[in-house]
Design a protein around this ligand. Structure first.
Ligand SMILES: [Fe+2]
Ligand SMILES: [Fe+2]
Length: 371
């Protein structure tokens, strides 16, 4: 039996508890009267940031959509242990080409580092600045999901017997991965300071831009697009266990992106704030150039059914979508949908997955629109 006080201890048989005679107890005393009567919390006093309402009271909701995000997130619940990885072990060692192994390993090396960064951003820099509990509760779930994603990559890396130390260190020695991580770290560092006062318009503007970056670029662009090289292998019947893991992660990420964009729009509305269009365009172009380096490194030798040009064109196409969702100008007008199957991958109902690696069906998940 698991010892909940010491879960890592070897379980030991528990002796039977001897019966004890009950002793009389004093009757409970009535609850003490509050020192002062507080005014009821009013929904209209809540704000995304700089709110005036008591943060410890859930309802009345000012942002019922945030609660809906929390409920929907709980419909996509899995752990990496639920998915059979045995075919991937065979594929990795006996069916993938050298070029495909290069793609696979570097996608995992990038994603695992990026997901830790995403967790730190939400948990340490964003959540504490929210002043309505319904926003924080979804973000608490998001923090857990980012940790779950890190576990998932670790499970894939371990299942295939890859050198963990080498994979986890790759972002430090591969410039194309390092560049993306450095951009994200710069944004995170700018909002992960104890001295930030969001009543200062310049600080609020910077916080908004950092949140836009993480929601629309980091999660909605780099992550959304980042799974597709593995999905391209999946479409050829390769690495299907990993791909199924990533499909569950992608569902989480599109919710993270959608929630972040919704929250950013709310901040803009409540504070009559619009980020500088030139700064937003510069953000997109910096992200695009880093993604180009990454794609060229990842696909320096093309693999069957996937190439760097399509990867980058798809990034531009998705960037335009995120910009429209935010009410911003499209950063890359005319970009085309180079990977039309990617959206299908995000919206795939679990029961349509023909690889049959899992018996559980997610009917509730299938009813959702994941993007
Ligand atoms: Fe994640
Ligand atoms: Fe995320």
């Amino acid at each position: 039996m698991l010892d909940w006080n010491d879960p890592l201890a070897t379980p030991t048989p528990q002796p039977a508890t001897p019966a004890t005679a009950s002793t009389p107890t004093a009757p409970p005393s009535p609850p003490a009267a509050p020192a002062e009567t507080l005014a009821p919390v009013r929904a209209e006093d809540k704000r995304v940031v700089n709110g005036l309402a008591d943060i410890n009271q859930l309802a009345p909701f000012r942002y019922p959509w945030a609660w809906e995000f929390f409920l929907n997130a709980n419909r996509n619940h899995w752990t990496p242990l639920d998915i059979n990885m045995s075919r991937d072990v065979q594929d990795y060692h006996h069916r993938l080409t050298t070029e495909e192994r290069h793609v696979y390993e570097n996608v995992l090396a990038y994603l695992t580092t990026a997901d830790i960064l995403a967790m730190r951003n939400v948990g340490l820099a964003v959540m504490e600045k929210m002043s309505a509990p319904e926003l924080q509760i979804y973000q608490a779930r998001q923090v857990y999901e980012e940790a779950l994603h890190t576990w998932t990559y670790q499970h894939c890396i371990e299942s295939l017997g890859l050198d963990q130390g080498e994979i986890y260190n790759r972002y430090r020695v591969v410039p194309a991965i390092q560049r993306k991580i450095a951009i994200a770290n710069r944004r995170l560092d700018s909002v992960l300071r104890a001295d930030i006062d969001l009543r200062d318009p310049a600080e609020l503007d910077n916080f908004l831009l950092a949140y836009v970056f993480f929601a629309a670029v980091f999660e909605g662009g780099w992550f959304y697009n980042g799974f597709s090289p593995i999905f391209a292998l999946q479409r050829r019947g390769l690495m299907t266990g990993t791909a199924e893991q990533l499909q569950y992660i992608m569902r989480d990420e599109v919710l993270h992106c959608a929630f972040g964009i919704r929250t950013c729009k709310q901040i803009m509305e409540e504070n009559a704030l619009r980020p500088d269009p030139a700064a937003v365009q510069a953000m997109w172009e910096e992200a695009h150039d880093a993604e180009r380096d990454y794609a060229e490194y990842l696909l320096r030798d093309p693999i069957l059914g996937y190439n760097a040009e399509d990867h980058l064109e798809q990034f531009r196409y998705i960037a335009n979508r995120r910009a429209r969702q935010l009410g911003f100008e499209e950063p890359f007008p005319g970009a085309r949908n180079a990977l039309p199957w990617l959206d299908e991958q995000a919206n795939l109902r679990k029961e349509k997955n023909f690889f049959e690696t899992r018996v559980t069906e997610y009917q509730t998940g299938g009813a959702l629109r994941w993007d």
